[in-house]
Structures are given as structure tokens and as C-alpha cells.
Design a protein around this ligand. Structure first.
Ligand code: 6GU
Length: 239
């Protein structure tokens, strides 16, 4: 998969592409990420990419020409174009899985007070990462790119994806590592037992209980099987 980011601040992505799992994925060719500096497309002698809003008001608006010329320089039939905007549809793991199937994702990062509205008809989708306002779309673009890249074949083992929070409508079970006793705080016995069936059952029950406790909204949507109802009862009675 290829991701192209259109931004006025490509340097914001330096650490993102050169650190940890994302770096390894890019080195391995699991995905490629490239950047287009929108300012390079300015035709203005001062390299301006924004101007004052028609009708007056505070702030500056990004101009059509540099943004749309930047977009056309990288767009092809296989491209899907998203615009980072607090007005967009809310991003989640389901959307991440959908984007992970796209051949070429183009992400436009807005800045200033916004973009000229005539740009909107050139994009396929507006995307927001949550109900709060950022100064620009770059952090949101990193959030989205990160969550997509880790889902691609070869990024991480598929087991760690299928077991984790949000993949199956539940939060992940608690994890522990050595030492088994940290200043008197002990790891649950079952995890030291080597009994795989019991461990699996414990983890599933914990997953249900964590979700019920920390994300009652998710738990309400989750359809418990008869076995899960019994499992939950068994573990909750033992608490
Ligand atoms: Cl995608 N962009 C900006 N500027 N603010 C946001 C956002 C995006 N998502 C939430 N807040």
C-alpha cells in the first residue's frame, strides 16, 4: 500500500516514519509513505498558500490552486482521497480495516481556519479522529497512517491483531510479564499454570469483564453467547 500525505509541514512526520514498528514496516516494503509539500505548488511570488476569507472574519483560508494542483500531481485512478477535518466522519478500527485494503491513499492535511470549500468536491471522504479541534490535520494523518500500516500483511503477526482491543468488539484481556511477584503484587495463578485451556477461558472472561467495566457502551452493543453469559457469571461470582 502507498500513502501520500499532502501537507504544509512534512517535517512533522520525520519521527513517525523513522521510529519503531512503522520504520520497520517501511524498510520491509509493507507500505510506502511519501509527502507532497503543498507550498511547492504555490504560484504566488511569496509562496503564499492561504488568503483572507471572503465575507470577512478571523483567520486565513487555504487556497484552491496549491492544494488542487498538489493533489492532481499524485492522483491516479487507484487513489482514494481523504481530507482530515474535525467535521469528518469519526475514525475507528472498522474504517482502519477498510482503508488497509486501498492501493493508494492520499491524505490532505488542512491548516489555518480551513480550506476553501471548493476543494471538498475533489475528495472522496472527510475524516475526523475525534470530537476536538487540532491546529492541523498532520497529527490526525499520523494516527490514521499508523493504525492502517500495522494492519497490513507482514507488519505484525495476525494473532496479535485478532486478540487485541476493538478487533472483536471487546477490549483485550490484561497482560503480565516477569516478575511473577512484584513487591507482593502477584500475577494470577492461572497464567503460571501452563494449562492452556484454562488460560484461554480466563482471558476470554477477563476480556468480557474489562469491557463491561471500562467501556459499558461497547459491552451493551456486544451480543453475548449463552456460554459467555455463563462464563461471566462464573468469574463475577468469584470476585
Ligand atoms: Cl482530522 N483535523 C483537525 N484539524 N482537527 C481534528 C481532526 C482532524 N480530528 C479531530 N480534530
Amino acid at each position: 500500500m502507498r500513502i501520500t500525505v499532502l501537507t504544509l509541514f512534512p517535517e512533522m512526520f520525520n519521527d513517525f516514519v523513522s521510529t519503531s514498528i512503522i520504520k520497520r514496516c517501511l524498510d520491509k516494503g509493507v507500505a510506502s509513505v511519501d509527502f507532497v509539500n503543498i507550498r511547492d505548488f504555490s504560484k504566488d511570488k511569496h509562496n503564499h498558500v492561504d488568503d483572507t476569507p471572503f465575507g470577512g472574519g478571523a483567520g486565513m483560508v487555504m487556497k484552491c490552486q496549491p492544494v488542487l494542483d498538489a493533489l492532481e500531481s499524485v492522483r491516479s485512478e487507484n487513489s482514494y482521497v481523504i481530507l482530515m477535518s474535525p467535521a469528518g466522519t469519526k475514525y475507528n478500527q472498522q474504517v482502519a480495516r477498510r482503508y488497509a485494503t486501498i492501493e493508494h491513499l492520499i491524505i490532505i492535511c488542512g491548516h489555518y481556519e480551513g480550506l476553501d470549500y471548493r476543494i471538498y468536491k475533489h475528495v472522496d471522504e472527510l475524516v475526523s479522529i475525534g470530537d476536538y479541534v487540532l491546529t492541523g490535520g498532520e497529527l490526525a494523518a499520523m494516527v490514521i497512517s499508523d493504525s492502517i500500516i500495522r494492519l497490513l500483511d507482514g507488519a505484525i503477526t495476525s494473532e496479535s491483531i485478532s486478540e487485541e482491543s476493538h478487533e472483536n468488539g471487546l477490549l483485550e484481556y490484561p497482560q503480565y510479564t516477569k516478575p511473577a511477584d512484584y513487591n507482593g503484587d502477584k500475577v494470577p495463578d492461572v497464567l503460571l499454570s501452563g494449562h492452556h485451556k484454562n488460560i484461554k477461558e480466563w482471558r476470554h472472561a477477563q476480556s468480557l469483564m474489562q469491557t463491561k467495566k471500562y467501556r459499558p457502551d461497547m459491552f451493551e452493543k456486544y451480543e453475548l453467547s449463552k456460554e459467555e453469559v455463563k462464563l461471566l457469571q462464573k468469574y463475577e461470582d468469584n470476585q
